[in-house]
Design a binder for this molecule. Structure first.
Ligand SMILES: [Zn+2]
Length: 228
């Protein structure tokens, strides 16, 4: 049976904007996120996907607190909070970042402040911990505040047990960036593929932080193997 894929798709048109010069798409996307509408889509086994603020956020609710995959954009906190509350009253206790990009980690600080322990690939922490420039976005990110940094990191893979589920985190190797991981909810067969899958247009590959086309092809092949 095929798994379900959830990936970030907010960056449509991104490279074109950046190449044209002018305002960085990072600024445009952050501004839009302040008024973004969040849509909740149930997947399987109580797992939902929230889209509208940065990369798609996956939510696993339960007694141990919610587990989130990716954090959305910081300024969408009010709308994301309402959407999370509608899924269940329990707080967010764990957050997994699929890679370091701002549209997946911008909300790290507020989620950590409200009690979430953050897990990510070691390169996600490395990029967030210091000033990082993405040439294609014409933008230099300052070092993230301490609370936004993942407290738990890993290199090749890690298995999490949360709310009775087995959640396998697996490094792709350099692909879209050098920090991409897949998140596979084993029992429900739900797969979050970070930004290694782009629907209907050429993928953005962030060569500034280690992405490359061969790695993207390898990632696509792995995603197909897992989901078919
Ligand atoms: Zn990305």
């Amino acid at each position: 049976m095929g798994g379900m894929a959830a990936a970030g798709m907010v960056l449509k048109g991104f490279p074109a904007i950046a190449q044209g010069g002018g305002t960085s798409p990072v600024i445009i996307i952050r501004k839009a996120a302040a008024t973004a509408k969040i849509t909740t889509t149930p997947l399987r086994g109580g797992i939902s996907m929230l889209d509208g603020s940065g990369g798609n956020v996956v939510v696993l609710p339960g007694k141990e607190g919610k587990l989130l995959v990716d954090a959305g954009i910081d300024v969408s906190k009010p709308q994301l909070s309402v959407a999370l509350e509608a899924i269940g009253r329990e707080p967010v206790s764990r957050l997994v970042n699929t890679h370091w990009h701002f549209d997946h980690t911008d909300g790290n600080e507020w989620l950590h402040k409200s009690g979430a322990a953050i897990t990510a690939h070691v390169n996600t922490r490395r990029h967030l911990a210091r000033s990082t420039r993405v040439e294609d976005w014409n933008f230099t990110f300052p070092a993230a505040p301490a609370g936004a940094l993942p407290g738990t990191t890993f290199e090749s893979g890690k298995t999490i047990h949360h709310n009775g589920r087995t959640i396998v985190l697996q490094y792709y190797g350099p692909a879209h960036t050098d920090s991409d991981i897949s998140v596979h909810f084993q029992e429900d067969d739900v797969l979050h593929v970070a930004d290694t899958w782009w629907n209907g247009f050429y993928p953005f590959i962030d060569y500034s932080t280690g992405g490359n086309i061969d790695g993207m092809i390898r990632a696509a092949e792995r995603n197909l193997k897992v989901t078919t």
